[in-house]
Design a protein around this ligand. Structure first.
Ligand code: HEM
Ligand code: HEM
Ligand code: SF4
Ligand code: SF4
Length: 406
């Protein structure tokens, strides 16, 4: 690419000065052989100078047969930076748990180097392997090459977004169900919903093997599936003693940090009032040799998280306190619930309204009734704050029922 001059980027060059790795260095290296990256640097420099973005969001681009997976991006400074006039993003469905062989990574990178900027984001917060920057005419060739090698695009727009999971049982003794299997299973089950956007807005599944990943899951997905157990934490008292002997301050570091104060330690043994344990994982993380999750394992389903767009951010709330993640039964109980929720959302959701907002709008009670779920104490977010609620009709119902009995 000797014929095109490298862009001058005095402001961006400031970002090379720190002791940390700089994306500017990487991009400059690529700019030597990719005109698209060279112009991208030019446009970014302009944005730093003017304190103004130059990307036009959106535009309908995609591949035949799919309604998602490609996010259109155009420059509004294309006259100055023609090589990045189009800079579309492609989402490639990542393997469950983000496990790749080096051969698979080379395959992806080679395809992308031939047809796009060569710049990737491993991984986007959606989970996907994100290919950053290509032109409209390259989309079909990339899609053809990816699918020939059994890769597929991920979700974008109003569809099921690429499900993602922690690496669960592949690596981690805490996993309460097989997150990688569940993630793969749901990805395959909902291929149609993933590639053909037909919802009011996006729908994200995140599979966490235990509550350690709760933030990632509760803050980032419409439906978070968090591994848990419903029997007792397993305690190895001899191992407790070993921790004590090796100098661990069990009272201050474990017992007093239990958020529900349900643990005690008499200097020899730990006792847990499991009914009051919220499965926060703190004690287990601190003394993994002595404490382990119970044996009756499954998951808690939470619903409704979203980032602020039209309304403010929401964290997910509990919908099903415990569900067996039954591989043998193909997760049928879970899938039946999903169908009922999607039916409700189809009927009542407003365009670009996430399920969490929809539930807030119609009220949790109405939502639960529509999906045929019983109200549970776990659904209560916090004690009521409104004194102007009257229960007369409920009292009357009780009176009527008792009158009938008499
Ligand atoms: C003084 C030198 C090193 C230090 C302080 C160090 C430290 C660490 C730490 C803290 C982890 C994370 C462990 C965890 O949280 O699971 C780790 C993981 C790892 N290290 Fe090192 N490391 C060192 C040298 C090396 C060398 C020389 C190699 C390879 C030749 C290596 C290969 C790895 C690998 C493959 C993992 C990932 C293991 C896993 O995923 O469970 N490390 N290292
Ligand atoms: C300036 C005077 C008063 C203030 C600031 C006040 C404030 C409050 C507040 C903040 C609550 C809690 C509401 C909730 O979270 O559910 C409450 C509850 C209540 N107040 Fe008052 N109050 C006042 C006077 C009174 C009086 C004069 C009475 C009775 C004659 C009364 C009877 C009650 C009752 C029965 C409740 C419980 C209602 C329920 O939760 O079912 N309050 N009040
Ligand atoms: S979320 Fe839990 S099960 Fe999954 S990798 Fe993290 S600690 Fe392990
Ligand atoms: S998991 Fe959390 S709530 Fe349960 S006993 Fe341990 S520290 Fe307490």
């Amino acid at each position: 690419m000797a014929d095109q001059k490298l862009r001058e980027t005095p402001l961006l060059d400031e970002l090379k000065k720190g002791p940390w790795p700089s994306f500017v260095n990487d991009m400059k290296k690529m700019a030597e052989r990719k005109p698209m990256i060279n112009d991208l640097l030019g446009q970014l420099e302009l944005s730093y100078k003017e304190k103004k973005g130059h990307w036009k969001h959106g535009g309908l681009v995609g591949v035949m047969g799919y309604g998602g997976g490609v996010i259109g991006r155009y420059s509004d400074a294309a006259e100055q930076f023609p090589a990045c006039a189009h800079f579309h993003t492609i989402r490639v469905n990542q393997p469950s748990g983000w496990f790749y062989t080096s051969a698979a990574l080379r395959e992806l990178c080679d395809i992308w180097d031939r047809h796009g900027s060569g710049m990737t984001n491993m991984h986007g917060s959606t989970g996907d392997c994100v290919f950053l920057g290509t032109t409209t005419d390259e989309l079909e060739p990339i899609f053809a090459e990816l699918t020939a090698k059994d890769w597929d695009l991920g979700g974008s727009g109003s569809d099921v977004r690429t499900p993602s999971c922690c690496n669960g049982m592949a690596r981690c003794e805490y996993a309460c169900y097989d997150t990688m299997d569940a993630c793969y299973n749901f990805t395959m089950e909902y291929q149609d919903e993933l590639h053909r956007p037909a919802f009011p807005y996006k729908w994200k599944f995140k599979f966490s093997g235990c509550p350690n990943d709760c933030v990632a899951s509760i803050a980032r997905s419409d439906m978070s599936v968090i591994g848990t157990w419903r029997d007792d934490i397993r305690i190895d008292q001899a191992a407790v003693q070993e921790y004590a002997d090796s100098g661990m301050e069990i009272r201050s570091d474990v017992i007093r940090k239990c958020p529900t104060s349900c643990m005690s330690y008499d200097g020899k043994e730990i006792t847990i009032d499991n009914k009051n344990c919220t499965r926060c994982m703190h004690c287990i993380n601190v003394m993994p040799k002595a404490l382990r999750p119970g044996l009756d394992k499954g998951a808690t389903l939470l619903i409704g998280a979203k980032a602020p767009i039209i309304e403010g951010a929401l964290l997910a709330t509990v919908l099903v306190p415990f569900i067996k993640m039954d591989k043998e039964d193909d997760y049928q109980e879970f899938k039946d619930l999903i169908e009922r929720i999607w039916d409700f959302w189809d009927d009542h959701g407003v365009n670009r309204e996430r399920i969490g907002e929809c539930i807030e709008r119609v009220g949790l009670g109405n939502f639960l009734e529509a999906i045929e779920a019983d109200p549970l104490p776990e659904h209560v977010k916090h004690p009521r704050t409104n004194p102007y609620i009257f229960y007369d009709e409920y009292f009357e119902e009780v009176d009527d029922a008792e009158a009938e009995k008499a």
